[in-house]
Design a binder for this molecule. Structure first.
Ligand code: TYM
Length: 376
């Protein structure tokens, strides 16, 4: 791969690389920017300006405005999000899940969470079905550790629960042509047919609430923008099947600890997994790409650049909620008052504190996972 290919932006559900231009994604995907007016509406309804909204981590949407219009008229919505269990969960995955929990708490609404062990089996050449099914179970512990309420959280394990999904998947699949799927996902002649059919399964949880309860309500999907192609095809067929179009709220990507691209489990040295031990976290953070200068002396005189620094980004996205403290960290960085080593040490400590608690909750979740399995 040439440097030019590496830098070129690619955002699909299976690959994100290059420098991500979010304005361009809004234009090319045809989504709507999350305006200040919409943010105000969310704050008014929830009574809280969530840090991820304040920091503009969520930046785009489809039909969030119409979902809120309906809500204000008394039509509730359900939440839907998911995980492709191809390995352990990394801290980037937690971003949309933390936000989903805020929405569940504030709107007191049900969450459908899809574990796509089938998807990861059909698309990942080297993974066996037992492995993706195992990761689905392990990854569900991470979700539960974030504090979701069992009463309102319905985890769907695709392979195990396929009987519940299959009729709706068929209805969807019948109405999506190969040329539409090819345009949305870039399928090739060599793509296996399991993968080509599979998007019909990711559409199902948008509609499953009606099947389970008889209630007709829209689904709102918080996720990073890489998943958007699924919703484009699902939205096209929703009304033909008698459902509301699913709405989305899209977040940015937490980048990996290297240069460019999103945090991705396929690059373990630049990803922080929720199961990483303290020494591993320290090592990975110590090797992170920063906005620092060649020498300490140079950095003390000219300052560093937090805009391109992964360490600063991790504070900003997840590990420093206090707006004054993050502003001060930025100022000190630009002024050359702090060096990268100090920020790295602080960040590794913060992450390890978080992970130590998270790992305890994760283990406890093993005892209650059944309570979260979709209730039929
Ligand atoms: P998966 O496992 O690739 O990703 C799970 C969720 O994490 C988001 N995500 C990220 N967010 C911020 N920073 C990152 N570096 C980052 N990497 C991934 C993804 O957008 C996703 O929200 N096919 C899906 C599973 C799925 C799903 C869904 C996801 C099924 N139904 C509904 C979202 C909504 C997948 O493989 O996700």
């Amino acid at each position: 791969m040439t440097d030019e290919d590496r830098n070129e932006m690619v955002v699909t559900p299976w690959e994100v690389r290059g420098k991500v231009d979010y304005e361009r994604l809004i234009r090319e995907f045809g989504t709507q920017p999350l305006t200040d007016g919409l943010l105000e509406r969310i704050v008014k309804l929830t009574g809280e300006f969530h840090p991820q909204l304040r920091r503009k981590l969520f930046f785009s949407h489809r039909d969030l405005d119409t979902t809120l219009d309906l809500y204000e008229k008394g039509v509730k919505f359900v939440l839907y999000t998911g995980r492709g269990p191809s390995g352990p969960v990394h801290i980037g995955h937690l971003i949309p899940w933390i936000f989903t929990k805020y929405l569940q708490d504030k709107f007191k609404t049900r969450l459908y969470f899809q574990m796509t062990d089938d998807e990861k089996f059909v698309i990942e050449e080297d993974l066996k079905l037992e492995e993706t099914t195992h990761f689905a179970y392990e990854n569900s512990l991470d979700l539960i550790a974030l504090g979701f309420k069992p009463k309102d959280t319905y985890i769907i394990f695709d392979v195990q629960d396929i009987d519940l999904l299959y009729d709706i998947a068929l209805e969807a699949a019948k109405r999506i042509t190969f040329s539409t799927a090819k345009a949305a996902f870039g399928f090739q002649e060599s793509t296996n047919i399991g993968w080509i059919f599979w998007p019909a399964i990711q559409a199902v949880p948008c509609f499953i609430h009606t099947k389970l309860t008889g209630e007709k309500v829209p689904a709102l999907i918080p996720a990073a923008i890489d998943q958007d192609p699924y919703w484009r095809i699902t939205r096209d067929i929703a009304q033909k099947l008698g459902y509301y179009k699913p709405a989305q709220i899209h977040c940015r990507f937490l980048s990996g600890l290297g240069i460019g691209g999103k945090m991705s489990a396929s690059e373990p040295e630049t990803s922080i997994f929720t199961t990483d031990q303290p020494a591993t976290v320290k090592r990975k953070i110590w090797n992170a790409f920063t906005g620092g200068k060649g020498t300490a002396a140079e950095q003390r005189t000219t300052g560093a650049d937090p805009n391109i620094c992964t360490v600063f980004q991790y504070f900003y996205f997840l590990f420093e909620e206090d707006d004054k403290k993050i502003a001060e960290r930025e100022r000190q960085c630009r002024a050359g008052e702090t060096l990268c080593g100090e920020c790295k040490t602080d960040l590794a400590e913060r992450i390890n504190e978080f992970l130590s608690e998270h790992q305890k909750k994760r283990e406890k979740a093993r005892n209650i996972v059944d309570k979260f399995h979709i209730k039929r």
